[in-house]
Design a protein around this ligand. Structure first.
Ligand SMILES: Nc1ncnc2c1ncn2[C@@H]1O[C@H](COP(=O)(O)OP(=O)(O)OP(=O)(O)O)[C@@H](O)[C@H]1O
Ligand SMILES: [Mg+2]
Length: 389
């Protein structure tokens, strides 16, 4: 779990305080420390509770609210203040910032804007000129979004996505939660249909948590529901998820649909899964060609060869690299018994003894994708260890 931010709200109006409280209650990283309905009483409460962040709503009485912000800034210079007002004009924003507020949000506050503002405050960064958060996400978050895309059906995307997710969820350095492919109560289509009124509580309830620590949001079984999910739904959803989860793994379709492309655009890394056989490698070349023509997408691709060492590998790794024109980032060895056994048992490889070489390789891939260079075996050793023709 990310560090908890203890927040105190002051807002004399029930009509605006309640939605703000509900919004904050839905954010996992927020602990609502205090709520106050009088500007003049708040300072005493702040002395007692010393919150990490104070949210001051200005609308009930701008002068009193600005005075409070000044007073708070004077007494608790280290506690950042987030001002909220329905008056989002330059004058109101300036007044709030001059009084000492670090962030300004326009009411009614939108979830993404709140999450981004909280994130900036956590990182101790001051806001830009108008102080408002941008929902379209120019702010870089700490999360890692990985799209897993296959060069043909059955190439191993879901196996890789699920096991990568579980391995990342084991990582005690981060709260590795991921979205991937299973069959719980809610699906991507449910979330898409509710996207307009989506809040963090609903979103969290929609994800189903696996014992390994990862959270899942599956797609629906019915094909007709696929049309319910639009690009902007997906972009918003990923933005929301990356604000509160540190790792997202997206198991994409192989059809290069507009939603697949949206997912790839918002991803930090695109894992392109191929096998050492002609159809797969030919498709890899085509897909790379398309991605290279899409602004910046080609640069995100890391080619992963799955099932190395299987009887179906009729092309050498050197030839594969030459064909697709870029280095192979990772090789995942073939272990039919382990991968199928784990799948039939309904568990990830890490819960399926004995620990297979495929599992070890996917632990290494998870570390490498998370940027832990030390965990990456040198290329030569990998070649030797997962030997192939
Ligand atoms: N490294 C591996 N070693 C052995 N078998 C594997 C390996 N990776 C995947 N498989 C097997 O390959 C088959 C297809 O895998 P998977 O479902 O992960 O592929 P996919 O690309 O997601 O397929 P789809 O196109 O249906 O979405 C499964 O039976 C799985 O057990
Ligand atoms: Mg699949």
């Amino acid at each position: 779990m990310k560090d908890v931010q203890r927040i105190a709200i002051v807002d004399p109006s029930d009509a605006t305080r309640e939605p703000l409280r509900n919004l904050l209650l839905g954010v996992e990283s927020v602990w609502l420390e205090a709520e106050c309905s009088r500007y003049e009483f708040f300072i005493d409460g702040a002395r007692q509770s010393s919150p990490d962040i104070v949210v001051v709503t200005l609308d009930s009485d701008h002068n009193k609210a600005l005075q409070l912000i000044q007073q708070l800034t004077g007494e608790f210079a280290a506690i950042p203040i987030l001002a909220v007002s329905s008056r989002g004009d330059g004058q109101s924003i300036l007044q709030a910032l001059r009084a000492g507020a670090k962030e300004f949000l326009t009411a009614p506050v939108v979830l993404e804007e709140m999450l981004l503002a909280l994130q900036r405050l956590r990182q101790g960064r001051s806001s830009g000129a108008d102080g408002s958060a941008s929902a379209n996400g120019s702010t870089r978050t700490e999360s890692l979004v990985v799209s897993v895309v296959g060069t043909r059906g059955g190439v191993g995307c879901t196996s890789i996505a699920v096991n990568l997710g579980c391995n990342m969820a084991q990582d005690t350095l981060g709260d590795a939660d991921v979205a991937l492919d299973l069959i719980p109560e809610y699906t991507l289509a449910d979330v898409a249909m509710n996207i307009e009124r989506l809040d963090m509580t609903f979103l969290r309830r929609s994800l189903c948590k696996h014992a390994s620590g990862l959270s899942l949001l599956p797609h629906r079984v019915q094909m007709e529901d696929i049309g319910l999910i639009h690009e902007d739904h997906l972009a918003r959803l990923i933005n929301l998820l990356r604000a509160s989860y540190s790792r997202l793994i997206l198991d994409l379709s192989k059809r290069f649909t507009p939603t697949d492309l949206t997912a790839m655009r918002v991803s930090d890394v695109i894992v392109l899964v191929a096998q050492l056989e002609l159809t797969s490698l030919r498709n890899a070349v085509r897909m790379l060609h398309t991605l290279n023509n899409e602004d910046g997408l080609g640069d995100k691709v890391k080619v992963v060869i799955n099932r190395v060492g299987s009887d179906d590998c009729d092309i050498s790794l050197a030839k594969a690299e030459e064909t697709i024109g870029r280095p192979i980032f990772w090789q995942v060895p073939n272990d039919y018994r382990a991968v199928l056994g784990a799948r039939n048992a309904g568990v990830p490889l890490l819960m399926h003894p004995p620990r297979s070489k495929t599992h070890q390789s996917l632990v290494g891939l998870a570390s490498a994708l998370c940027g832990r260079a030390a965990a990456v075996a040198p290329r030569k050793e990998r070649r030797g260890f997962f030997s192939f023709r």
